[in-house]
Design a protein around this ligand. Structure first.
Ligand code: ARG
Length: 567
């Protein structure tokens, strides 16, 4: 079921009643109190205001045109709310479709068409030769969830990791490796050693002005294809990928492509040339090449420096063109922190002006990672390494599992701790609205109560053990008790949560939905007998239990989170 269906019913009735109501004006919500029906709309109040009429009269007029086999009853409440009660048959039929084939049901409700649209998306994109920090989780985890959500909604998705593998800093690093580096030491501990060499370079610059030039010269050689430098750079990349892949494995994240910045080295020239020819790229200050922004107060978009060097922007534009050629996507998405907003505004403007593709580039931004004590990094100002955070998550989860003392073998405890620890980190991020700062709170994310992965996982295993004991997945849905009805209604709102998450690129709509579902299931579980209930009630409650388990598993998968077998 989907609110859009209810919305269009109300819209149609309002139109028939002679009101000129735009569909966007029609708001329908799931009711908080089931005595007020299943859904409620405030449209009559909105229309009455602009028409200068009594809202209850407007509601009357709409209701007299509201007719649908799926509606059992419609009522006017308070100042003019329209309350809708759906028929039991409608619930049954929707519920059946959801449980029998969730994928088809979702695509059906969301109006998926066979000609799937394509999204190309850039997520994670760490810079090589530097360790992945805890902040890299944001783009990686939010991006991976958006990929899952779009696939589930019927899109084709190409996930391309725009690795930071190019730039003048590699000239400096190459100089440092040649001067102070020790291959064996690097091989043993690649990224830390490379990072240390890079830091050394910057320390030495203080006493030796000539170093900057030496670094620049090494980068120039790299650009010109010098064999030794190419090989060194290639190695830096391989060493880095070894460590990155370990992180990606532990996080269960996969990419279709890893086209790093270096992919576009030889793809910038044609874009610059075409832009010069069309006049979109103009001469700027000091001989730089620029694209003028539409807004006269905005800074021009620089695409070539006065010394002829290309910029980060130039490579991104080449990427946009490349994506268009390769996959012809309908939208291009970049999951990057909010600090880059201006940059992505410029990229979108340049994309349009240069006519690189018809697909809009969309910046899916997110806030900064914040710790409860306000700290963003360790005391020395170093970043908090991702590997340490993943280790800590699994250690903390293991302690929790041991405290809980469930009957699990040592092996099972370890597996559970890994599923729970990684799941807790992901859920913590994805349950927050990405546009705000994301709080990283160990205690909250690893609690068995509250809006956390362990709470959802625990409830999932609860549904499984109920079904196991019952030896049945339940029967027809005949909800009578308010707890059953509320749960049934929530289960049917899955497509709605998916749609909102899709439209707004916000996985937290899924997380919030699942949290509410979990609470409603536990309310029923605590209030009503399931296994010991009489026939019809037992069948209904088991069916609800089965559907809850199914939807929890499905929903958590959209967040990239596995469910444990036992807990
Ligand atoms: N590698 C960059 C960094 O870590 C982020 C890349 C963002 N994506 C993009 N298309 N510009 O700062």
């Amino acid at each position: 079921m989907n609110l859009n269906l209810i919305k269009s019913l109300v819209h149609e009735a309002a139109t028939k009643a002679g009101f000129d109501a735009a569909l966007e004006k029609v708001h329908v919500e799931k009711t908080k109190n089931l005595e007020h029906g299943h859904f409620a709309s405030n449209i009559a109040m909105i229309l009455a205001k602009s028409a200068g009429k009594n809202p209850r009269e407007v509601a009357e007029a709409i209701i007299s045109n509201l007719e649908n086999e799926n509606l059992e009853k419609v009522e006017i409440a308070g100042p003019g709310f329209i309350n809708l009660f759906m028929s039991p048959a409608f619930f049954q039929q929707e519920f059946k479709a959801l449980v029998e084939n969730t994928d088809d049901y979702l695509k059906d409700v969301l109006g998926f068409t066979p000609e799937a649209k394509t999204m190309a998306i850039d997520t994670s994109h760490p810079n090589i030769a530097k360790p992945m920090g805890v902040h890299h989780l944001l783009s990686t985890i939010i991006g991976a969830s958006i990929v899952n959500i779009y696939k589930k909604a019927g899109w084709k998705v190409v996930n391309d990791n725009y690795l930071g593998d190019y730039g003048t800093q590699f000239g400096k690093l190459i100089h440092a490796i040649k001067t102070w580096g020790d291959q064996a030491k690097i091989e043993a501990n690649p990224i830390d050693e490379l990072q240390a060499l890079y830091v050394k370079f910057h320390e030495e610059v203080e006493n030796d002005d000539a170093l900057e030039d030496k670094g620049r010269a090494e980068f120039k050689k790299l650009e010109e294809g010098d064999a030794e430098n190419r090989e060194l750079w290639q190695k830096i990349k391989e060493w880095s990928m070894m460590e990155f892949n370990e992180m990606y494995d532990r996080l269960g994240v996969k990419f279709d492509y890893i086209n790093g910045e270096s992919t576009y080295e030889d793809k910038m020239e044609p874009i610059l040339e075409a832009g010069r020819k069309s006049g979109v790229i103009e001469d700027g200050e000091g001989g730089a090449w620029i694209i003028k922004a539409e807004d006269p107060d905005a800074v021009p978009i620089m695409v070539r420096k006065s010394d002829g060097a290309t910029l980060y922007m130039t490579r991104d534009l080449a990427r946009v063109k490349y994506w268009d050629n390769e996959w012809n996507p309908d939208i291009m998405v970049n999951v990057v922190d909010v600090a880059q907003s201006l940059y992505f505004k410029q990229l979108e403007e340049a994309r349009q002006k240069l006519g690189l593709t018809d697909a809009p580039t969309i910046h899916v931004d997110f806030g900064r990672m914040q710790f409860p004590d306000g700290a963003m990094s360790t005391r020395k100002g170093n970043i908090i390494k991702l590997i340490d955070v993943l280790d800590e998550a699994e250690e903390r989860a293991l302690k929790l599992v041991q405290e809980k003392g469930a009957e699990l073998s040592e092996e099972e405890q370890k597996d559970l701790a890994s599923v729970m620890g990684i799941g807790a980190i992901k859920y913590n991020i994805l349950s927050q609205n990405r546009v705000n700062n994301i709080t990283f709170d160990w205690d909250k994310m690893l609690a068995f109560e509250g809006n956390s992965a362990p709470y959802l996982m625990y409830t999932y295993t609860r549904t499984k053990s109920v079904l196991e004991k019952a030896d049945s997945l339940g029967g027809d849905l005949n909800p009578k008790e308010p707890q059953e009805l509320a749960l049934a209604l929530q289960l049917l709102m899955l497509p709605d949560a998916l749609q909102r998450a899709e439209e707004e690129f916000k996985p937290n709509h899924i997380a919030n939905y699942l949290y509410e579902l979990t609470q409603l299931y536990n309310t029923m579980y605590n209030a009503l007998p399931i296994l010991k209930a009489e026939d019809e009630a037992r069948m209904t409650r088991l069916a609800l239990t089965n559907a809850t388990g199914l939807v929890l598993k499905e929903g958590l998968a959209l967040l990239g989170i596995e469910v444990p077998k036992k807990m």
